[in-house]
Design a protein. Sequence first.
Length: 391
Amino acid sequence: MEPSHHLYVHVPFCRLVCAYCDFVTVGGRAHDVGRYADALRRELDLRPAPGELRTVYFGGGTPSLLDGATIGAILDAARVRWPMSALDEVTLEANPSSRETPDWDGYRNAGVTRISLGVQSLRDEELTSLARGHTGDEARDALAAARAAGFRDISIDLIYGIGGQSLADWRDGLERAIELGPDHVSCYALQLALQPDEWAAPPRPGALRWRDRMVRRQDDELAVDQYGIADEILAAAGFIQYELSSWARPGHESRHNAAYWARRPYTGIGAGAHSYDGAAERSWNERDLDAYLTGVEAGERPVAGREELDHATRAFEAVALGLRRVAGIRRSEVLAEFGEDPLDRDPAAVDEVVRAGLLEVDGDRVTLTDRGRLLASEVLLAFVPEVAVRR
Ligand code: SF4
């Protein structure tokens, strides 16, 4: 069997562009959707990569602005590029807005197996405060429609840390979400700090003003408590946390995301999409929609940048991505791959986070504790080589 490969397809179009969003998105370009879908298929011809395709993820933006026939045509083009007989998950992100009427039956016919709904909240006051273009009722209807179309794997995204959202509000929103009967729940903190790197889109001027107002209403301590009760509520409803932000009913974990955390190779197509060769090279596409389109239409690979990962960076990423999983990492595996026990990098710093109750070492297995998951970025500092040198 060939090694596994994974495909991410970025669809940047959104009916409304949300002020808090850092993804590569464009509003008001619905007329370019067909042209973009053609470019995605052409890009597949320009991007040879070895392996057998195991998962596909249509993310955005709003992939549900594409109809089922278009999604099917992109999957057909991928089938020409990679063997797909072992394909076991095709996810499509969808907006639960009645004005966007996702083509649920078309997606099923095209081979989509999993839907990720951008519910964000089931409380209308929170959706209004986030300036989302849907209501809680529309989210309920969308999930019911996806179920009626036959989807057995439905995930919903929820946001906490919204200014003005109390602990009781978050609990109420989570309980309403569980009543919908999703198979998977992702809970994300509302992140308003600007991300000045190649992953994030530059902020829009109107969005900056909105962020500035919202950030003054946020309460970091409350967000920590909100994260803390999420597991309690979801676990009581039969969900198992398997990653920092992800809970699933048994058997409904995201296989595509698991591939990222396991550092499997993936190809990202579309404006701003990232790719990783599974070894030492990461690259990212042109994010500007027009530059992306004209480049691909001229037969050029739309790669805007590349990064060679050195040994120390790869070893750190193995630890950082591995610790995102509740199952954590095995020291012996890191040692076998990188020639270094991760606990030896800075033993004093590791000891400190262990004594603080943030990290647990059980023989070969290293995991974040419940509290460590709340403070994951602090724990990871114990494994960053440059920080160890400065101590
Ligand atoms: S949050 Fe979702 S719907 Fe809003 S702009 Fe970002 S990708 Fe589009």
